[in-house]
Design a binder for this molecule. Structure first.
Ligand code: SF4
Length: 444
């Protein structure tokens, strides 16, 4: 167990100070063919912004980053830099790669702290776009389109915008004030965000077209967690990790009480799964007061899907691991779960638990598709999209991106796809305006 009590919501990794940032930036070789850039899914202007930090031009550095990213303070914290830009840096061979993520975070935080953010706000004359969902994909679409002259309204089902950034990734990795600040920067570009409005029950895609939107983007993510169909699955105390993380986030924002968070002080917790959500759930359970947390994974350690940094953090926090352990049945007494029987190389073992958190994946809910004609999905419910215009679904004028199309991926991969979809939407709206067609009325 950790020697120090872990704080529940304080950010764990501290950022660079100005002197450290400039010193770190000065180590960059400003390579002619910067490999770091090829390792970045959104091809951030990495050596260029690092060079500006080295010269002390923090505003310039931030401007270069926001040319490509609408979420620099988020990406600086949660991107898998170890697998992307930093692993591609030429200095990585000597184990001395530039701390690109930390520098990105520094530039975003410094500019916010100094009030130096000066995004250009163009007039909104190119068309009207509705965005459903305000996670990384929706926010990227909204920011990119607003910057090039579209009027954008974002519809969010939750009481606050941010999607997985607000209600999935725990606060010790991504403080919620950082998310709020990124969102207010996107709003400052002229984007309107409406919360507590769920597509399906509260409005439909057709309602949006009737309100005069030229295109609609669906970035509603994967809201339906997968169940583990084992004997005993009905026992109380078996909880979806994404529900636990969401309640934890609402509690940390003061919108829920401690009693609403389903892991109690002193609980023995098992987390089933081996991805990043499992690590987030395990580390959050420790922070909220669980007595012990064990991650149970069917796969051996070398096949875990979680990032190494997240795994290392979990080990440091005191999380234990049972690898190559296949869950066989939930064990319970009086209707409550008391453990999990797993099959290992040594035979069947029973692990004790007061709560079991499931982190075995999620898929899209069908609320939007079932209330909108003409949007085709694959057999698992993922929305089918076209290459041209990029991201358009089988219904003209309706686009989709992020996890609802590409299966759950990282924040930056959702952003990368969303940037391409934003280009597809812009090309589509420009074309229908040029031709003077009302696609929805014409039914084509
Ligand atoms: Fe700088 Fe490394 Fe990129 Fe070269 S590869 S420009 S050293 S960050």
């Amino acid at each position: 167990m950790p020697l120090q009590p872990l704080t529940t919501y304080d950010e764990q990794v501290q950022g660079l100070g100005i002197k450290e940032a400039i010193t770190e930036a000065k180590r960059c070789l400003n390579c002619k063919k910067p490999q770091c850039k090829t390792g970045c899914p959104i091809e951030n202007n990495i050596p260029e912004f690092i060079h500006q930090i080295a010269k002390g031009n923090m505003g310039e550095a931030h401007g270069l980053i926001t040319e490509k990213s609408n979420l620099p303070a988020v990406c600086g914290r949660v991107c898998a830099h170890e697998l992307q830009c930093e692993s591609h840096c030429v200095l990585a061979k000597q184990g001395k790669e530039i701390k690109i993520g930390q520098l990105e975070r520094f530039a975003a935080d410094f500019n916010f702290g100094m009030g130096l953010i000066m995004d250009r706000i163009p007039s909104k004359s190119r068309g009207k776009v509705a965005v459903i969902g305000s996670g990384p994909a929706g926010l990227t679409i909204a920011g990119d389109l607003a910057k090039i002259g579209f009027s954008v309204t974002v519809y969010e089902a939750q009481p606050e915008a941010g999607g997985v950034l607000m209600f999935g990734i725990p606060a010790y990795r991504l403080p919620k004030d950082v998310v709020r600040r990124e969102i207010s920067r996107i709003e400052a570009l002229g984007v309107t965000i409406m919360t507590n409005l769920m597509a399906g029950p509260d409005f439909t895609v057709d309602d949006l077209f009737a309100r005069g939107f030229d295109a609609v983007f669906i970035g509603s993510g994967t809201a339906l967690p997968k169940e583990l169909d084992l004997p005993g699955k009905e026992l109380a105390g078996i909880i979806q990790s994404i529900y636990f993380l969401r309640m934890n986030a609402l509690y940390s924002s003061g919108l829920m009480e401690r009693k609403d968070v389903p892991v109690k002080d002193g609980d023995r917790v098992l987390v089933i799964g081996a991805g990043n959500v499992a690590m987030d759930a395990a580390r959050s359970a420790i922070r909220i007061g669980a007595e012990s947390v064990t991650v149970v994974a069917r796969v051996p350690q070398e096949k875990m899907r979680a990032l190494k940094a997240e795994y290392d953090g979990a080990v440091e926090d005191g999380v234990q691991f049972a690898w190559s352990a296949t869950p066989g049945r939930f064990v319970g007494k009086g209707g409550k779960v008391t453990g999990l029987a797993v099959m290992t190389e040594q035979g069947e073992q029973e692990l004790c638990a007061d709560k079991i958190l499931l982190s075995i994946g999620a898929r899209p809910a069908n609320r939007i598709v079932s209330t909108t004609r003409g949007i085709e999905v694959d057999k698992s419910g993922y929305v089918l999209t076209n290459e041209r215009p990029y991201g358009m679904t089988t219904r003209k004028g309706v686009f989709a991106g992020g996890d609802v199309v590409h299966r759950p991926a990282t924040v930056v991969l959702a952003m990368k796809e969303a940037k391409k979809v934003a280009e597809g939407i812009a090309a589509y709206v420009d074309a229908i305006k040029l031709l003077g067609i009302n696609v929805q009325e014409a039914g084509i």
